[in-house]
Design a protein around this ligand. Sequence first.
Ligand code: SAM
Length: 210
Amino acid sequence: MNRKAMKTSDVSRYNRIALGINAPIYAYYAARILEKTGIGSGSCLDVGCGGGYLGLALARITALDFIFLDLSQDMLRCADENISAYGLTGRAVTQLGQVQAIPLSDASVDLVISRGSVPFWDELSTAFREINRVLKPGGHAYVGGGLGDPKTRDAIRGQMEKEDPEWLENRRTLPRHDNRHYSDALEAAGIDSYTLDRGDDGMWIVFRKE
Ligand SMILES: C[S@@+](CC[C@H](N)C(=O)[O-])C[C@H]1O[C@@H](n2cnc3c(N)ncnc32)[C@H](O)[C@@H]1O
């Protein structure tokens, strides 16, 4: 099992960078998610949300309500502060928990989103089964990671290398599942119809609850 939370000092640095240099990444994916799923109202679960950056970017362009789920209490403290700073207190709640046992009822959300968290998940098939379980019929899951489109990514790389000369090297050591591992897990979870793309804008798995 690999479910350790980040150190508190790393969380505050992560939060500062996510809200600053990395903000265009979340705006980019929020627009992609809305365009691809067409879900602009109802409820959205952001899994492994960190400080809530992707959901908060999506909140800006939709009428969705949000549940922000993470296993790290420190990350959720950032999410609470960010929700309040964005004026979204009435539309968002945070929830401590793990993707492998999502503390929500069956068929309770319209959209599940997750960025940058899936490489850290163990028991992948359990995680996907849980995501599928909480989706309403017709709901979508959009799970993956990346630094945005090539233009966004190049701009961020330049800024991050100035901020931290070891940034690129550290990114290379991040955990990673291969496509086969994802496909096996999705199929073991009973999800037969999905797309798994490693394209210009990262690795993304998208499926619709039947
Ligand atoms: C690299 S951060 C990504 C945060 C945010 N989604 C983003 O895009 O910046 C990964 C997050 O996933 C969370 N996480 C890792 N494993 C998890 C699990 N099994 N269940 C829930 N959250 C998890 C971590 O605590 C961390 O906040």
